[in-house]
Design a protein around this ligand. Structure first.
Ligand SMILES: Nc1ncnc2c1ncn2[C@@H]1O[C@H](COP(=O)(O)OP(=O)(O)O)[C@@H](O)[C@H]1O
Ligand SMILES: CC(C)(COP(=O)(O)O)[C@@H](O)C(=O)NCCC(=O)O
Ligand SMILES: [K+]
Length: 253
């Protein structure tokens, strides 16, 4: 099986793909919060079944190498690592310095355009929220970066003395957007409304930049939060992996 990894700032997303076969459906997948957790999970569930690995990381080179070294030691597999590109699969990178565009963004852009071949807006809701615009010809027009829900929340907690509540309370508070009557409700709903405003502005911009028939993709761990505001969006949790397979094709022995 092929191990695919998307190393974000908070979590490692993983999935296992069959080595052969036309229909490419994941055999298993998950989210790990550390290298050790990932490796223990894989070792206990899929001993001796990993053949190779492809990986994208927005972490430092040293951190990424720690993971690839650990995978090599434990499973005797090499990792193919996605690298920046000026163009790939009909998509051109829109950054002034193409190497500076986050690789998870780039692969999500490549993945989205490869799925539909038309103008797209990609919204990736993780630690950060990113938006990327692609026109109908496959030109990446750039995008925006702002703090995601976890960052907004933790900034408020870190820089105030009286904003404290736990995750269960946070989830409960998100069920409505009426004015909050507790700290948790006020913060969670306030952040959700900021997110809603951002998403709404991105939709307007996308129509201006890419035309009215722009297709919206939602991905990232918090994609579901935005789904109800963009009913026509495609929620594709593994969008980065779609691009990863294109960036790191398997060369059979
Ligand atoms: N199973 C899950 N495990 C961890 N986080 C999750 C899960 N499902 C949803 N989330 C949400 O996803 C967010 C992280 O999104 P993710 O795309 O993994 O971020 P990153 O790529 O920056 O590591 C978390 O803040 C959390 O709110
Ligand atoms: C913007 C990001 C921090 C998003 O990371 P994530 O939320 O997926 O962990 C990442 O794509 C990144 O480090 N990008 C480099 C800066 C840029 O894209 O301009
Ligand atoms: K993101």
């Amino acid at each position: 099986m092929i191990l695919e990894l998307d190393c974000g700032n908070s979590f490692i997303k993983w999935r296992l793909m069959p080595r052969h076969g036309v229909v490419q459906q994941a055999i298993a997948g998950g989210v790990a919060s550390s290298n050790e957790q990932l490796i223990d999970d894989l070792a206990s569930r899929f001993p001796g079944e990993l053949f190779t690995c492809r990986l994208v990381s927005v972490r430092s080179e040293d951190e990424t190498k720690l993971l690839t070294d650990a995978l090599k030691t434990r499973f005797a597999i090499d990792c193919m690592i996605a690298a920046p590109a000026r163009a790939l699969a009909g998509v051109s990178n829109g950054y002034d310095d193409y190497q500076r565009l986050g690789l998870d963004r780039w692969l999500a852009v490549v993945g989205a355009y490869s799925l539909v071949g038309r103008a797209c807006l990609v919204l990736d809701l993780g630690t950060a929220i990113t938006s990327d615009f692609i026109d109908a010809a496959g030109a990446h027009l750039g995008g925006f970066i702002c703090p995601g829900m976890p960052l907004m929340r933790s900034q408020l907690r870190t820089h105030t003395r009286r904003i404290r509540y736990d995750d269960a309370v946070a989830e409960q508070a998100q069920q409505s957007l009426v004015p909050g009557r507790s700290t948790a409700e006020a913060v969670e709903r306030g952040c959700l409304l900021m997110l809603r405003g951002f998403v709404s502005t991105q939709l307007d911009l996308a129509r201006q930049q890419c035309g009215d028939d722009v297709l919206v993709f939602l991905t990232g761990g918090d994609a579901a939060l935005a789904a109800e505001w963009v009913p026509a969006a495609r929620i594709v949790p593994d969008l980065v992996f779609v691009g990863l397979a294109i960036a790191c094709p398997l060369t059979e022995e």
